[in-house]
Design a protein around this ligand. Structure first.
Ligand code: SDX
Length: 357
């Protein structure tokens, strides 16, 4: 049995390939650098969904805008109880209100929902009323507008588009595998995406970027980096934003996101500080784990980018779901198209039955 299913091939997919040795990500035949910073989230969705959603609307930006407007009605269910939970739990609860199904309308609403619900939850937690979607805007621009109540700059909308495209799909990661398992039982797209969000929430997976900000704030300035990092490791903690089950070299998404941070030029000082912390972390991890390559993963510069876009760190996982929901929906349909019920075996190591008296 492989611990954590490491090295086990559990599906064939045309959606994405993660080459951990070369540090390369391919999505439907396009390398990441052909997509990140060059395509909108809607254009990426059309590429990802090709062949799996034949009735995908030709004007996807308009259809997604309409879907945002439709799911906004669910925000009324955001009560004091939900506002008191973590943002990802509140967003998950609102997502659970969406009707299940396997049709295009259901898929569009699920695709649109994380952006609408994240903005509403963050504003409610700040004591502010939700901002209704503007269906005429692109998805990234409207996500930022619903968050802040004002239109973002083009550079900000482009930066969020780059993030959503970069994290949209990534092979059979834990949340995508969870989504495929649920899709394989024919439970429906909403159920599959709820499984994905629940897996993504964990700090070993999509819950990592928020704590990167805690690390940067804990370190405070470059001179403190080594002492802070060594103390954290001595406490048995993991450095969030580093290491990966597949990548044995630098995650290619790190530099795609770092580039997007550079577009938001108010961040130079913060970026240089983060680069100094990253260098210290990589040096220390190399010293302590010489036989285990631990490099920067997607989450380190995700944290800087989402901080620059004024998402609170507690909501970073929700923003991850805004992009990854496209991958979950594509994998769910791919699983339904050709896959069987996913049902591996287990080896029983418990006690033998007691002999009947
Ligand atoms: C994502 O799979 C995907 O594709 C995921 C993702 C996606 O797009 O869907 O890429 C998104 O989840 C990125 C990863 C975000 N998580 C973090 O940044 C959390 C910190 N990283 C780690 O916890 C860890 O690297 C994992 C969980 C990401 C991967 O862990 P593995 O493959 O299960 O490796 P492991 O836990 O067995 O660690 C091997 C060794 C251990 O040392 P020993 O106990 O054997 O002495 O390396 C050490 C670990 O302690 N180690 C780390 C470390 N990561 C691994 N030590 C300190 N800091 C770290 N970050």
């Amino acid at each position: 049995m492989s611990d954590g299913l490491e090295g086990v091939v559990a599906a064939q997919t045309v959606l994405s390939e993660v080459d951990g040795q070369a540090g390369r990500l391919i999505i439907r035949g396009h390398s990441l650098d052909e997509l990140a910073g060059r395509t909108t989230f809607e254009q990426l969705v059309a590429v990802l969904f090709e062949g799996f959603y034949p009735d995908l609307p030709a004007d996807l930006p308009a259809a997604l805008g309409q879907a945002r407007a439709e799911v906004f009605a669910e925000v009324a269910a955001l009560d004091a109880g939900l506002v008191g939970r973590s943002p990802v739990e509140a967003v998950r609860a609102l997502m659970a209100r969406l009707a299940d199904g396997d049709d295009m309308t259901t898929a569009l609403r699920i695709l649109a929902a994380p952006a609408v619900f994240t903005a509403a939850v963050v504003r409610a937690q700040a004591g502010e009323a939700p901002v209704a979607p503007d269906p005429s805007l692109g998805h990234a621009a409207d996500a930022l507008r619903m968050l802040r109540g004002t239109a973002p700059t083009q550079a900000e909308a482009d930066a969020l588009d780059t993030y959503l495209v970069t994290v949209s799909d990534h092979g059979l990661n834990a949340s995508t595998f969870a989504a495929r398992v649920v899709a394989s039982t024919r439970a429906g797209l909403a159920s599959a995406v709820l499984a994905g969000i629940s897996a993504l929430k964990g700090p070993l997976h999509g819950g990592a970027p928020g704590p990167v900000i805690d690390m940067l704030d804990g370190i405070g300035e470059p001179a403190n980096a080594r002492a802070w990092i060594e103390a954290a490791l001595a406490r048995g903690e993991r450095l969030m934003g580093f290491g990966h089950r597949i990548y044995r070299v630098r995650d290619p998404r790190a530099d795609a996101l770092k580039q997007a941070v550079r577009w938001l030029d108010a961040r130079q000082g913060r970026l240089e500080f983060a680069e100094a912390v990253e260098a210290a972390a990589l040096a220390i991890l190399r010293e302590r784990k010489p036989d285990r390559p631990l490099d920067t993963n997607v989450e380190f510069y995700t944290a800087l980018l989402l901080e620059a876009l004024q998402f609170p760190p507690t909501a970073f996982t929700c923003v991850f779901a805004m992009g990854r929901v496209a991958g979950w929906l594509a994998h769910a349909r791919e699983q339904l198209a050709g896959g069987r019920l996913i049902r591996p075996q287990s080896v029983y190591v418990g006690p033998a039955p007691r002999k009947a008296a």
